[in-house]
Design a protein around this ligand. Structure first.
Ligand SMILES: [Zn+2]
Length: 239
């Protein structure tokens, strides 16, 4: 049972797990009072696409908006502004929502046991290690043990196939296995099109540039703008 946000990592993971003989029963997405709610809409489109190329799966959108409000913090759920530059550890910290992934995974474990699923797919990856401690292998291994100890009679495991992959490597894999990256959404701003300037947009642009391919989610004009934006931010960080 993968957690799918509608972004590149979790979308690639969904298709990766299916092509590695995991039987997907259900997919979980979360509404946690994030400003960029469009990602959940994209998750729906991605699951519809999955039904066309694989098989139909249920999609649970878990609404924890009230919990999101009491832990509102930083730029994703709180009042802080999004950093409009390439991420470094300090600027990316503003995008941390306290204990978010632990909350997601805990709910996912309860749901997995309820529907008889034995694994939870978690798309943590290596590019997020420095600022998101809950994406590190130590956290994943420890939580896997805790979930087992807490649910001994109904064991459930964390599967995190990308824990050692970078964003660039995930894009490469997604392209290779035919994941619908054109349907994914990464931008953290609350707008109908990607802003192309926030740290997450820039990280996404960089990953496609590293793969020598334009972002299939963007129009040709938007891609050109994304490259200009990338060059601007790079030259700013050199100065
Ligand atoms: Zn953006």
């Amino acid at each position: 049972m993968p957690i799918v946000s509608g972004g590149i990592d979790s979308t690639t993971m969904l298709f990766f797990l299916a092509s590695n003989n995991y039987r997907i029963v259900e997919v979980l997405s979360f509404n946690y009072a994030q400003k960029h709610k469009i990602e959940t809409e994209r998750a729906k489109l991605i699951i519809d696409y999955f039904a066309k190329v694989h098989y139909k799966i249920d999609h649970q959108i878990v609404d924890i908006g009230n919990i999101g409000k009491i832990i509102a913090h930083g730029a994703l759920t709180g009042n802080a502004d999004l950093p409009k530059k390439m991420y470094d550890t300090e600027s990316q910290k503003i995008t941390v929502v306290p204990n978010r992934n632990m909350i997601f995974l805990s709910i996912a474990a309860g749901r997995a046991i309820t529907i008889g699923a034995s694994n939870i797919g978690y798309a943590a990856h290596a590019s997020d290690y420095s600022v998101y401690p809950d994406c590190r292998p130590e956290f994943i291994e420890t939580l896997d043990k805790a979930l087992l100890l807490g649910n001994l009679w109904d064991p459930v495991h964390l599967v995190a196939p990308f824990k050692h992959l970078s964003k660039t490597e995930i894009v490469k894999l997604g392209l290779e296995i035919g994941a619908p990256l054109e349907l994914t959404w990464s931008c953290y701003s609350n707008s109908s099109r990607p802003c192309l300037e926030c740290g997450t947009c820039l990280e996404r642009t960089e990953a496609f540039m590293n793969n020598n391919i334009s972002d299939p989610a963007l129009s040709e004009d938007e891609w050109q703008q994304a490259i200009i934006s990338m060059d601007d931010k790079r030259s700013m960080s050199i100065k």
